[in-house]
Design a protein around this ligand. Sequence first.
Ligand code: GLY
Length: 351
Amino acid sequence: MQKVIKSSNLNKDLAYILGRLAFDKLFILTDENTDRLCYPLIKENEQAGKADKIIIKAGDGNKNIDSLSSIWKYLSENGATRHSLLVNLGGGMLTDIGGFAAATFKRGIKCINIPTTLLGAVDAAVGGKTGINFNGLKNEIGAFAPAETVLIDSVFFRSLDRRNFLSGYAEMIKHGLIDSDKEWNATLSFDTEEIDYDGLKQLVVDSVAIKERIVEKDPFEKGIRKALNLGHTAGHAFESLSHEAGKPVPHGYAVAWGIICELYLSQKYCGFPKEKLYRTVYFIRDNYEGFFFDCGHYEQLYEYMKHDKKNESGAVNFTFLSDVGKIEINRTATKEDIFDSIDFLRESVGL
Ligand code: GLY
């Protein structure tokens, strides 16, 4: 099982992890940004300081076959064997592609994820989903391949800008919703303007634990792991539309809007309590500014939802809630209700 270490001393914990793993050669994968901003924080570690570094271009647009091929090539030409270890230092894009490179190089080498964004820490780096975008589709090629260890240290979150902070925070709201009133309340009561980093650290620890519990029960998303898709059926459609419109929004913003649509549908189909719907809506409205789209885009949004890889037998697959912590997977909704949910989103957050 994947080990997740919530660190207070990055270099000490990294030394501990590297000391426990047997490997013949160490490689560190970074992108142009994490190489400059994050690698200096781990290079004091003697092994990390001497490791071979692979640097790829940053950004989700580079989570592609060319970057993957350049990682494989570097490993192949620089003495990596089946017993080598890859450390993935970066956000979700980096741990996704690095995890997939590790899973496929010589049929699989070990890797460690050190997420450097909130989104990476609470979602992408944990749970073993790896892959690349292909043929215009997000995460079209990939594998379930958990990193040996995920090392989470909040030292990286202090330098995040507000958009990146909020992008990760949307996944924490989702974790609160699928878990319990206590966690949901905690995420919605947190002051996102004046961030208390110690408080954030505890919230992150709790949020990651929620994801770990679910992934442990269902690592290959046959059942309950679909709970983690709350907000993502509509969310991926908003994200894709924003990219196509040339106004890309961060993943978590699209997920936050998707949560509003899917809680609206949860209320309609499963009786999710109205007061909890509105409390969540107000939090999202107050924090996540919108991007412009109108009812002329609804058909296109619906097309994106119909092509979501989570669907089965042609129906749009949703995860709904009958209450906070009460999960209803494999639900569908009519096209009319889906359009109503987007109307509700636009009215409630003023898109
Ligand atoms: N990002 C949702 C999952 O890992 O299942």
